[in-house]
Write a protein that binds this ligand. Structure first.
Ligand SMILES: Nc1ccn([C@@H]2O[C@H](COP(=O)(O)O)[C@@H](O)[C@H]2O)c(=O)n1
Ligand code: CDI
Length: 162
């Protein structure tokens, strides 16, 4: 049996007057949105790095450079689908992923089911294999000051059967 794990982490700055894309959906109840070269979906970026790390395939910026105009404003769901394809080419299947978003506002709990519905098919897994959690940073640091959002992800991948 061939099983690997990987971890991912990403941070994006928050700015008023921007749309906030997170976990493959738009949060329309957010006071600020994330800034990046792409749509700045910090959860998907952390997930991509967890999956790539598990397969020892470098990281998201290695495959999709933030200086490449092709990815400017890109919907990050594209990156996750491509990452899943890179893994599939090496016969890796996704077992499960677990993520934590660190964000003061808005509350993420009401959005989690919608995120899982969007993300699971991009990784060719059931929704039950996608866990998403959230915590505030208790008003401390850049997240606490609502200057940024970050996300952590871990992924288990396997070849053959589990
Ligand atoms: N952006 C967030 C942050 C937190 N939650 C939920 O609230 C719970 C309490 O958060 P604390 O940071 O005070 O521990 C947390 O466990 C989440 O269930 C959220 O939905 N969205
Ligand atoms: C996604 C990419 C590429 O558009 O850019 P950003 O949206 O800036 O995101 P980040 O997580 O900083 O880096 C990864 C980049 O490859």
């Amino acid at each position: 049996m061939n099983i690997r794990i990987g971890m991912g982490f990403d941070v994006h700055e928050l700015e008023a007057g921007r749309n906030f894309y997170l976990g493959g959906i738009e949060l329309t109840d957010a006071p600020k949105g994330a800034v990046g070269h792409s749509d700045a979906d910090v959860l998907i970026h952390a997930l991509c790095d967890a999956l790539l790390g598990a397969a020892n395939l470098r990281d998201i910026g290695y495959h999709f450079s933030n200086t490449d105009n092709r990815w400017k404003g890109m919907d990050s769901k594209f990156f996750l689908k491509e990452v899943a394809q890179l893994l599939a080419e090496k016969n890796w299947l996704v077992g499960n992923v677990d993520c934590t978003i660190v964000l003061e506002k808005p509350k993420i709990n009401p959005h989690i089911e919608a995120m899982k519905k969007v993300l699971a098919p991009l990784m060719n897994v059931e929704e039950d294999a996608v866990s998403i959690k959230a915590t505030t940073n208790e008003t401390l640091g850049y997240v606490g000051r609502e200057e940024g959002v970050c996300a952590y992800a871990v992924a288990l991948i396997y070849k053959g059967s589990l």
